[in-house]
Design a protein around this ligand. Structure first.
Ligand code: SF4
Length: 346
């Protein structure tokens, strides 16, 4: 069989593996339980026999993720990890502390194909999609590094999760499994730039995971100038998919809206946004966008952000201004990976 990363298997898959090895079923639970605690090295699974440990080492990749870089913000304690995967690709993971506990932002791909013009990940190109185990590994390894249980997960780092749909679902099942990581579905958020077919599929899954949509513009023309995905799916199609999601799941959608100076932060944009979102049960997350070298966009001025937020609130929208975290350690998506990649290329 092709070697898999040891975290890629769920409990039924471990049971099948153990059966194939002619071992008793409880061994599968033992292995799964170690892995769910972040113990990946078979040698450290103290209740396993020598024979099983040797088999695991033979059959699986377990040294798949090493910490290439770890930065801690002096401003707010936000931690950023760059993990190097077994085949050399780098991904980023960010750990942030909120009043409710530790929240982790994980990557779903090494790089991204979506090409959003404001995003450092898009500028750094696409490597490959991550496996479910590599997504889980970020939660486990960053969590054990912090020495604390992770309270919530957002799949909002490098990559478009719905462009890696099957592995994403596999990860959600592993994370939510009460015999595994046992993270409540309501504590997990998946963020998409708007892949409509997958959004519709997602509205059918039997899990109370939150959905967040990167909107960043109130109309097609502006959205197309910022996000190439808008050429594939119109605002109408995107918002119809959001309505379907809301009807089927009875859950509120979050719209992410990054503010770029003079581009999408005008009062006209705010009014238009209120008009197009009218009737959708939603929450709007405003973000004063991060800047990086080579970006065409500048962050909105504080007075424009305030005016935008006020206009939305006045029109009855529920709005939060997302606090910038870890700005001194380049915590925005893809900036550190891009830096490392450029250094490697030179
Ligand atoms: S913002 Fe998200 S979807 Fe867009 S290019 Fe960056 S990682 Fe990809």
């Amino acid at each position: 069989m092709d070697k898999k990363f040891i975290l890629d298997l769920d409990l039924p898959a471990w049971e099948a593996y153990i059966k194939e090895k002619g071992q008793p079923k409880f061994r599968a639970v033992q292995i799964y339980s170690w892995l769910s605690k972040g113990v990946i090295d078979p040698e450290k699974m103290t209740n396993l026999s020598k024979e099983i440990k040797a088999g695991l080492k033979e059959d699986f990749i377990f040294e798949s993720m090493s910490i290439e870089k770890h930065l801690v913000s002096k401003l707010d304690g936000t931690q950023k990890f760059v993990f190097r995967l077994y085949d050399g690709h780098c991904i980023e993971t960010v750990l942030m502390r909120y009043k409710t506990g530790l929240s982790i932002c994980i990557s779903s791909q090494a790089g991204c194909k979506m090409g959003c013009r404001f995003c450092a990940s898009a500028h750094a190109g696409f490597g490959r999609s991550l496996t479910r185990g590599e997504m889980l590994g970020q939660v486990l390894l960053a969590g054990s590094y912090a020495g604390e249980r992770i309270h919530s997960v957002v799949v909002m780092g490098i990559g478009e999760p719905f462009d890696n749909y099957e592995e994403l679902l596999g990860f959600l099942n592993l994370a939510n499994d009460e015999k595994g990581l046992n993270l409540g579905a309501r504590h997990i958020t998946v963020s998409t730039c708007g892949l409509v077919p997958q959004m519709l599929q997602f509205s059918e899954i039997d899990m109370q995971v939150n959905l967040s949509v990167s909107l960043h513009a109130p109309n097609d023309t502006l959205r197309k100038s910022i996000m190439p995905i808008a050429n594939r799916y119109s605002m109408q199609e995107l918002l119809d998919a959001c309505r379907t999601y809301e009807q089927k799941t009875n859950r509120r959608i979050t719209f992410e809206y990054s503010l770029f100076d003079g581009v999408n932060d005008t009062p006209e944009c705010a009014r238009e946004l209120c008009r197009v979102l009218k009737g959708i049960h939603c929450h709007i997350n405003l973000i004063a966008a991060n800047e990086f070298d080579g970006s065409d966009f500048r962050r909105s001025k504080p007075q424009s952000v305030k005016a935008f937020q006020d206009l939305l609130t006045k029109n009855g929208m529920t709005v939060t201004l997302r606090r910038e975290m870890g700005s001194d350690i380049m915590a925005a998506c893809g900036q550190l990976r891009r830096g490392l990649q450029e250094k490697k290329e030179t």
